[in-house]
Structures are given as structure tokens and as C-alpha cells.
Ligand binder design. Sequence first.
Ligand code: NAD
Ligand code: MG
Length: 394
Amino acid sequence: MTVEVTTPKRITILGSTGSVGVKTLDLIRQNPNRFMTVALTAGSNVDALITQALDLKPEMAVIADPDCYDALREGLDGSDVMAAAGPEALVEAAELSADLVMAAIVGAAGLAPTLAAVKNCHTVALANKECLVCAGPMFMDTVKHYGTTLLPVDSEHSAIFQVFDASLSEAVDRIILTASGGPFREWSRDRMANATLAQATAHPNWSMGAKISVDSATMMNKGLELIEAHHLFPVTEDKIEVLIHPQSVVHSLVEYMDGSTLAQLGTPDMRTPIAYALAWPDRMAVQSDKLNLAEISSLTFETPDFKRFPALKLAREALQVGGAAPTILNAANEVAVARFLAGEIGFLDIIGTVEDTLAQCRNNHPTTLDEVMALDAEARRLAQTWIAVGSAAE
Ligand code: NAD
Ligand code: MG
């Protein structure tokens, strides 16, 4: 009799305390023979990171905020987990030998460690869409140069990945990204002007982090995903469309030249695309509600309204212009969403900030990490200035 012994996949999670990070860890905990953790990282939620690290015993736990280092070191005292802090330590964690790195930090803050993972790891599972928005060409060149396998975790891109025949990319006529339409799908612009934080973060189908929830309400999330899809799949921008699908069951579609349209369906549960990336090229069981189409009974689709949701148009234009524009779009959006989450600007000011910052866009092409981060910092300054001037004028 032969006994098959498989060594567990070694997994690092960048952003382990977030919505995607916690779901990834749940799947790892449920499959202790299949996975083990190498490093866990968080922004400033040190208590959650300590609990995770004591439970899963990775080699290293990193907190991005240096002010939290003492608390992390004390919390891990007596364990074998190495504590570290700061942006360089995030990169070190990403460089540790691992089979797969889950990139689940939110925002451009995830770019440097995710790039480090791309340069050091065979497989990167990418949840952090902002990496591809702020540095798409440079990021994908690095992926190609190092021969890294990039697995999309965003549900739409995971869906496309599952039905896109890479050997027949010239036979693809269209990629159709579905969008729930967010909590304000049926709201007028006037009503949106007074939208509260609680309303903007109450997503009808998905449970997610604060930033992506607001992005879903403005529909900038779908704009970012359009740019993400363009970099992940060999299709030109004009072949990528957005379709509103309020039930979030059809996660995206690929239309081939012979009229066949292939889609991936499932309940709106991020554990499915996360599990797909963790187990790839195999599949693993996930204990979640299975899709019951008879119970759902009807699936509906609408074309997006670009007047009420100008973010979609802005993101497409930024992709068409290329160069600095997507980097600036992303940075201005991150600043504006953070200010909205802090209760400092109104809901419609989010896209107003992005629009105005983009109008001051410098026509250059960042090609290195330093150039991207310098441009990102400049766009953040411009966005903060626009907000300061706007609120002074009120
Ligand atoms: P989240 O806010 O819940 O978690 C973000 C994680 O990043 C946390 O661990 C946080 O501590 C860490 N972090 C925040 N700022 C940091 C910084 N400056 N430096 C280092 N670490 C930092 O976010 P999320 O909802 O899990 O989303 C993570 C990424 O995945 C985003 O790019 C999002 O667009 C993408 N995504 C999320 C979902 C979802 O369902 N949540 C779905 C698709 C894609
Ligand atoms: Mg998505």
C-alpha cells in the first residue's frame, strides 16, 4: 500500500486582519494538512494580528505602523513568531520563502510588498486591485520578467480567469464585468448628495472592508476593476464592458466570436474565489451556501448609468489616456474615500475630488516603483488641496 504524503502549501498573507485576509485564514484553519502560514501582516490592528499569530504560528508577524511595534513584540513574547514593523518589514515578509502570497492589503500601500512577492514567489493571489490600477504596466512587466503566476482573487476577475481560454484570446470578442450597482443603484444624484457613511457602506450583497464598500457605492470599484481586467487579460479596453446585475450571482462573462458566452456563477461569498486561488490548479471544498437558482428564480441585468455614476467614465478615460492618469485616479480616490470615511466630505465630493485632481494630471509615464510612489504622493497632495479649498469655499 502506498501512502501519499503531501507537504502543506506555505502561505503568506499581506493584510491578514482585513476582510479578505480573515476569510483566507478561515480557509487555512479549516485545512491544516493542506496549508501553513509563513508570515502575516497588518496595518495598525495589532490586537487582531497578535491573536492570529499566536493561533497560526507563522515565522513572522509584521505591523505596518511602527508605533505598534512594542505592543506586537510584547504580545508575541514567549512565542517563536518574529515581530517586526514598518514598510521595509512588510517587504521582508513578502520575500520570505512561500508557495503563495495572498496580496490583500488595501490601496497603493500594498504595491511595494506585493511587487516584492512577485519577485520572490512562484504564485501571487491578487486581491489588491489598486496595485494594478496605480502601476499596471510596470507590475505586469515584473510578473512576466520573473515568470510569476498571478491568480486573480477579485470575484469578477476570478470568474473571467475560470472561463477565459488563454490559448484562444484572439477569439474573445468581449469581457463583461458584472456589477451589483451598490447601495445607491436606484438613487438620484440629489439623494446621493446627502448619503451618510452608514448608507454608503451598507452593501446589498457583499460584506467587505470600508474602502471597497464606498468604492462600490460610487461605482469607482467597477472602474478600478475595468483597469484591473485590462492588465490581467489580453484584451483591449474597448472590449471590456460593465453590466449591472443586482443579484451578484453571475460574477462575469466572456463572449467568444462564435456567439458563445461563458460565465461563472456562485453565491456572493469571497471564500469561493479565495479558495480557488489557494487550491489552484486543484479545487477545494468550501463550507458555504450553495447556489440555489430555483430559489433565486430571476436574474436581472441593466446597462450602467454613467450620469449618476461618473466614476465609471472617469476610470475608462484614465485607462485610455494611460501613463500617469490611472495612478492619479487611484491616489485621489484613496484620499477622498478616507476623508469621506472620516466624515469630512460629502459623498459626491469623492468623485469631484478625483475629477479635479485628474484634470491637473501631468503627462508622464511612471516606470519604476519610486516613480509610481512619487506620482502617487503628488496626486495625494493635489487631492488634499482640492478638498481644503472646496471646504474653505463652503
Ligand atoms: P480591509 O480594509 O478589510 O483590510 C485591509 C488590510 O490591509 C488589513 O489587514 C489592514 O490592516 C491592512 N492595511 C491597511 N492599510 C495598510 C497599510 N498602510 N500598510 C499595510 N497594511 C495595511 O480591506 P479588504 O476589504 O480586505 O480589501 C483588501 C483588498 O482586496 C482591497 O484592495 C480590495 O479592493 C480587494 N478586494 C476585497 C474584496 C472584499 O470582499 N473585501 C473583494 C474583492 C477585492
Ligand atoms: Mg470585485
